[in-house]
Design a protein around this ligand. Structure first.
Ligand code: G
Ligand code: G
Ligand code: MN
Length: 402
């Protein structure tokens, strides 16, 4: 069956009969129809439907036979729309909207069947709405994220970023962890998108920035390192698009006595597309403040090189899908080498992500990378462990002051 088909009816012509299939619905394009119901051979007209009205929608949604027939009262044109076409749209609707709709549809269909039911018997909704488990889980997750923020369940781990020749730690990427009392560890890929949807990502970004600044401050004080480490903090496109984000960040830096140069904001390519004035204002303010801007997973988005030129960039991070197989895949090798060249042209640092083996190190060094991050060097670690790692690298005695 075609998805859409035009049908012209003469006056008096019947479009479908009660009890017909459920494989399509119709929209009236012109003319006038009447819906009628036949019981014990007696016809009862129920409703007129003119241009723009839908016929047979209920039977498509409930997948039950039609309870009325439709007849043209004059020359009428209808467009027949296949059930698959309608249901595909329905599947794209938000889960809760779908659930509301399905429940109401099933309810109204049952009300129509009420006559068949013995008096006094209350039916149970016979089936859960489609995707009920996912819907329930999704809304539970929202509740848990909100209480998790209240209860301080979000924390940070830090993965060192090193120079490839000596392994010296020059900074670290801050990565968020969520330990929920019952769920256990929940990965960021699961909670970040939901936090974005419900508008609380700013609070999580606040946690990430505050913890990272405090960690930098502790390291500076405790290790008396004579070069400034940087913290690369992942932020969301929603942060960059929120008016006043840069100002809030400046306050967090100031409160913790951290110079802006020590913070790199790690964003994806799509997050910095200047599609509204807040993005542009924030990028300008970040540049003015002096924070670094690092593009995460570089090469996996839709890199707009013309736009890249205009950004106040300090770093490109080569995604691990290239860095991780550059030693054995000549295409990945070429991409890495191209990105190294691009880094030099833009005068920004290049960091190879996901370095796991000595083969990776050799290949990436040969291709001109100087900075790297990955399990080969260090896994993401809590603050205390990061301090020990740095302490073991440093000749300076560890004197904790904060
Ligand atoms: O640490 P892990 O590999 O599970 O991180 C998975 C993804 O989650 C990464 O792509 C990372 O960018 C993102 N992520 C981790 N921590 C944060 C955070 O604090 N804020 C945001 N916005 N994203 C994060
Ligand atoms: O997308 P983003 O770059 O923010 O993701 C960083 C994530 O990559 C971190 O959560 C970290 O756990 C993970 N990661 C760090 N080093 C390695 C590595 O060497 N191999 C793999 N597979 N993942 C890594
Ligand atoms: Mn990152």
């Amino acid at each position: 069956m075609k998805n859409v088909k035009a049908i012209t009816l003469e006056a008096g012509e019947i479009l479908y009969h009660q009890g017909d299939s459920t494989r399509c619905a119709y929209i009236v394009a012109s003319g006038k129809m009447v819906l009628f119901h036949t019981e014990d051979g007696v016809r009862e007209d129920c409703e007129y439907r003119g241009r723009g009205a839908v016929l047979g929608g209920l039977s498509v949604l409930t997948q039950k036979p039609r309870y009325a027939s439709a007849q043209a009262l004059q020359k009428t044109e209808v467009l027949r729309i296949s059930a698959d076409y309608i249901l595909a749209d329905f599947d794209r609707a938000s889960p809760l909207l779908r659930a509301c709709f399905e429940t109401s549809i099933l309810f109204s269909a049952r009300v129509k069947d009420r006559a068949d039911r013995p008096i006094g018997q209350i039916p149970t909704t016979q089936t859960a709405v489609r995707g009920a488990d996912a819907i329930i889980e999704r809304y539970r997750l929202e509740i848990d994220i909100l209480s998790g923020i209240e209860n301080g369940e979000f924390s940070m781990v830090y993965q060192p970023i090193v120079t490839m020749d000596t392994g010296t730690i020059v900074g670290f990427e801050a990565l968020m962890r969520w330990l929920h009392p019952e769920r256990g560890q929940v990965p960021p890929d699961q909670f970040i998108p939901v936090a974005e949807d419900i508008g609380v990502i700013g609070k999580l970004t606040g946690v990430a920035l505050t913890h990272s600044c405090q960690t930098l401050a502790t390291l500076q004080d405790a290790l008396l390192i004579d070069y400034p480490l940087f913290a690369s903090v992942n932020i969301s496109g929603h942060d960059i698009a929120r008016p006043g984000f840069a100002e809030t960040m400046a306050i967090i830096l100031d409160t913790n006595d951290i110079t802006p140069e020590q913070i790199k904001l790690e964003v994806t390519e799509t997050a910095v597309i200047p599609n509204n004035s807040a993005v542009i204002d924030n990028l300008n303010a970040i540049k003015l403040l002096g924070c670094g801007l690092s593009i995460d997973d570089f090469g996996t988005g839709y890199s707009n090189l013309a736009h890249l030129k205009s950004l106040p960039l300090s770093t490109l991070k080569i995604d691990r899908c290239f860095a991780g197989d550059a030693y054995c895949n000549t295409v990945s090798g070429s991409i890495v080498s191209m990105l190294v060249g691009l880094g030099a042209a833009l005068d920004v640092d290049i960091i190879a992500e996901g370095v796991e083996t000595a083969d990776d190190v050799k290949a990436l060094s040969d291709l001109g990378c100087h900075l790297a991050q990955g399990y080969y060097y260090h896994r993401p670690a809590p603050k205390a462990e990061l301090i020990s790692i740095l302490a073991s690298q440093s000749d300076v005695t560890l004197t904790m002051r904060r």
